[in-house]
Design a protein around this ligand. Structure first.
Ligand code: ATP
Length: 622
């Protein structure tokens, strides 16, 4: 499959859609907050120089006149009161700006992350079945949770912070240059060093974060698999092995995070050292300039204040740049899902009637492993007939129905499947799947009420219809016996159904679909022979004109079919009615001899069982 690759910026702009105005508001108000904060050192400068300095009100003449400051000259207390009031006003305004920016950020951030989750979930729903088979559930969940959180943090905190810090650095540098060029140049000389060491750490942190993140995915998958297969674990007494396996993955995960933490600590430690040196140098040069009379005392204090405020944002910028590497990895991991191609029907996809003959024409198929699963398979299923497929394990029976409802697409050169003469590759998948009812080999029921599970294929449905379907599937009595009847919750949060009950609920669910093609993929394997017969009898009337495809290992399930196809290692070995097939030497007769005991045969066909099957020499069941 040809893969697109979406750039990081494109992914972010795509997610920002609809929330951009909030982020603009956040930026504007956080910049205003920065501007008002930058006024405080100026107020300190003016106050200090006015009260104890030799040059009161080091301000433009028009401002002195406008604020009538000449009148206060000489009065220290009044200057301090005025300075206090000015600091209060700027603090209140800057606090308000901060409040608005944080509030908008909270709204924008939630909208942003909700948008990502919605897009991912909707996209995953449309990804082909083959994609899901190839990817571990735990890892997909991790990409949709932890990675999305990293992206949220990056866009909503770090990216906004980068804009704010760049603005702050430019503003403070401008103010510092306007006060004293020499000390500003000394202060700025350290900035390339800080940015340089951040860059050095940036790529290393990215690599370690990627390994740690992958280890987290593996750990989640292990837990998820263990919980899903809890029955197998208990049944085979594999708890110790599972704990050991988890321990190994957990240790690997912890070690990778410790290595990452070590690198981050080195990054912070070196950063503190460089910052300390920078502040020390600026103070030394500032003190000397002040003693030499190049700057006033107030200017020196303001300068030190600006420098201390400036150096943290510069470091912050370095930190954010290094953390961006983490976000880069997470964006790529989420983009990988979004770049995976959805199943999409062309606009002119056909929606022909489905109650027609189904033809498999020279089908050759492999799952991309190089091992051919189906080899030149060629047969027709007449409309309205019951068609059975028998074959050994792994002979390709389920693959045939996976291809029929396009869970896997058949490559153009590998034959074609038609319904009523129309190639299913030209049909709308939704139309096709809506018209092919499937009961899968291992039916999956959702963690909801039984009635909801049965009615899943229909929008509006009467309770009586649900019960009728359950009656035909011979599961109504069992459901009625549950304490909450049809409202009983199935699975993790409720009652665990037996394998046979699950299969029968799945049959009832399929019957509700009222599809013209019904596929039973070994879906009666978990029920006893008697119930199997009862269900088939009840289904016989219900199926009406539907085409039925019956896959089974059990001869009694298949023998009433209009036609039986025997698959052997991906090839059509035999085809015909039960009577025709038992009259031939071949696999069918062999299986028949092995499966049927003499009592059954006497009862069904009034014939005696041979001692052993002459086709494969296996002893017949007595
Ligand atoms: N998603 C897949 N990727 C790779 N190989 C697969 C996949 N699904 C099935 N196979 C392989 O294809 C072959 C046919 O599988 P299929 O499920 O069609 O057999 P089957 O006849 O239905 O077997 P069973 O009676 O045991 O269900 C097997 O060898 C199986 O290992």
């Amino acid at each position: 499959m040809e893969k697109r690759k979406t750039g990081k910026l494109h992914v972010i702009t795509r997610f920002l859609k609809g929330n951009l105005h909030m982020f603009v508001l956040v930026l504007v108000f956080s910049m205003l907050n920065t501007v008002f904060n930058s006024l405080t050192p100026q107020i300190v400068r003016i106050s200090v120089d006015s009260v104890i300095g030799g040059e009161p009100y080091n301000l433009p003449g028009w401002l002195i006149t406008a604020l009538n400051l000449e009148a206060l000259r000489g009065s220290g207390w009044q200057v301090l009161l005025l300075a206090g009031a000015a600091i209060m006003v700027t603090a209140i305004i800057s606090g308000l700006c901060n409040y608005v920016s944080k509030m908008e950020m909270a709204k924008g951030s939630e909208g942003f992350v909700k948008g990502i989750r919605d897009q991912l979930y909707a996209h995953i729903q449309k990804l082909p079945f083959s994609w899901h088979v190839k990817h571990q559930t735990g890892e997909i969940i991790q990409r949709c949770t932890s990675d999305v959180e990293v992206i949220r943090n990056f866009v909503c905190n770090q990216m906004v912070e980068v804009f704010r810090l760049v603005f702050l650095i430019a503003l403070y540098m401008g103010i510092m240059f306007s006060m004293n060029v020499k000390i500003t140049l000394v202060a700025l000389a350290f900035i390339p060093v800080i940015i340089g060491y951040s860059g050095f750490f940036y790529s290393r942190i990215a690599k370690r974060f990627l390994s740690a993140d992958e280890a987290e995915g593996e750990l989640s998958s292990t837990v998820q698999e263990n919980l899903t297969g809890v029955r197998v674990v208990r049944a085979f007494g594999r708890e110790k092995f599972e704990i050991q396996r988890f321990d190994e993955k957990n240790e690997k995960f912890a070690n990778l995070w410790i290595r990452l933490g070590r690198l981050m600590s080195a990054y912070w430690g070196i950063g503190d050292l460089i910052t300390g040196l920078q502040i020390l140098t600026v103070i030394c040069v500032g003190v000397m300039s002040s003693v030499n009379g190049d700057i006033s005392l107030g200017e020196f204090l303001a300068f030190v204040s600006y420098n201390s405020t400036l150096i943290w944002p510069v470091r912050g910028l370095g930190r954010i740049l290094s953390e961006m590497s983490k976000a880069g990895v997470s964006i790529d991991r989420v983009a990988y899902i979004l770049d995976s191609e959805e199943e999409q029907d062309p606009a002119d996809a056909l929606t022909p009637p489905i109650d027609r003959d189904i033809k498999f024409e020279h089908i050759n198929f492999s799952y991309g492993t190089g091992y051919p699963v189906l080899k030149d398979v060629n047969f027709t299923i007449p409309a309205g007939k019951t068609f059975a497929i028998l074959g050994g394990t792994g002979s390709g029976k389920s693959t045939l129905v996976h291809l029929l409802n396009r869970l896997y697409d058949l490559p153009a050169e590998c034959g074609r499947i038609t319904i009523g003469g129309v190639d299913i590759a030209d049909m709308s998948r939704e139309h096709l799947r809506r018209n092919i009812g499937m009961v899968l080999q291992e039916p999956f029921l959702f963690s909801r009420g039984i009635a909801d599970n049965i009615a899943i294929t229909r929008e509006e449905v009467r309770h009586e219809e649900i019960r009728e379907a359950a009656r035909i599937a011979c599961v109504d009595d069992s459901i009625q016996n549950f304490h909450h009847g049809y409202e009983t919750i199935v699975g993790e949060r409720g009652v665990t159904l037996s394998g046979g009950q699950k299969q029968r609920v799945a049959i009832a669910r399929m019957l509700m679909q009222k599809a013209p093609i019904m596929v039973f993929d070994d879906s009666l394997s978990a029920v006893d022979a008697e119930t199997d017969a009862k269900i088939r009898e009840a289904l016989q009337e219900e199926m009406g004109k539907a085409t039925v495809i019956l896959i089974s290992h059990r001869i009694t399930t298949l023998m009433q079919a209009d036609c039986i196809l025997v698959l052997d290692d991906g090839k059509v070995a035999q085809m015909g009615t039960h009577q025709e097939l038992i009259n031939q030497d071949g696999i069918y007769k062999c299986i028949y001899d092995i499966q049927m005991n003499s009592e059954d045969r006497k009862e069904l066909f009034s014939e005696e069982l041979p001692e052993s099957c002459k086709y494969c020499n296996k002893a017949a069941v007595k």
